[in-house]
Design a protein around this ligand. Structure first.
Ligand SMILES: CSCCC(=O)C(=O)COP(=O)(O)O
Ligand SMILES: [Zn+2]
Length: 204
């Protein structure tokens, strides 16, 4: 994909994510692979109102190759997630209420979801009976350290559709932007189902 096309696809995704309420304030950051490397959002902007000048370009080794301004504070995490699988071509990071709350309720290293037909919207799933295990990492202001923990985890348990950062949000991955958008939409649906189910069970 050419970088101009990549930026427009991410601008469109940002508008949609904002309409869903999943990138409040200046939360979230997005990237997509291009012929030269990848483009990533600049830091501190409203991700629902991005313009082509709100992106920076990097090669896949992480060297800045174009664009001005400050790259997303979480650029190194995008780079680390791309390094996990050559299949990943787009990463969208969101701050929804459901992902933020559920990640805090999950004290384990993985949020396990099972029994929902919607799981089949995720690449590789064919049945509600399979268990979807989304890795959960403690939040860290040291992004390189967080990126190292994600890579270490992946070495024993492959990260497939995304990761949750506790009290922070979701990083969703996919083979292209439409798959990543579908993964976010399905995961958000599943997070909301789980939150509702847990609340109802607690009150029963
Ligand atoms: C108020 S959002 C705090 C930073 C963050 O988590 C985020 O997703 C946005 O950071 P960026 O530097 O990419 O704008
Ligand atoms: Zn964030």
């Amino acid at each position: 994909m050419q970088s101009a096309q990549a930026k427009h696809a991410l601008i469109d995704a940002g508008r949609w994510l904002s309409e869903q309420g999943w990138v409040p304030a200046t939360g979230g950051n997005f990237s997509i692979k291009t012929e030269q490397g990848f483009v990533v959002t600049a830091s501190g902007h409203d991700k629902g109102a991005l313009q082509p000048e709100h992106f920076l370009e990097f090669n896949i080794e992480g060297t800045h190759t174009g664009g001005t301004g400050k790259p997303s504070a979480e650029t190194e995490l995008h780079l680390a997630l791309y390094a996990l699988s050559a299949r990943t071509h787009c990463i969208l990071h969101t701050h929804s209420v459901a992902a933020t709350v559920l990640s805090r309720l999950t004290t384990e290293h993985s949020l396990n979801i099972q029994g929902y037909e919607m799981q089949k919207a995720l690449h590789g799933f064919t049945s509600h009976l399979e268990t979807l295990a989304i890795p959960v990492f403690d939040n860290d202001q040291d992004i390189p350290a967080l990126a190292r923990r994600v890579a270490e985890y992946h070495a024993h348990t492959p990260v497939r559709h995304g990761v949750l950062i506790r009290g922070h949000g979701l990083y969703a991955m996919g083979a292209d932007i439409s798959e990543t958008r579908r993964h976010i939409e399905a995961l958000e649906f599943l997070f909301n189902c789980e939150l509702t189910r847990r609340q109802l069970e607690k009150n029963a």
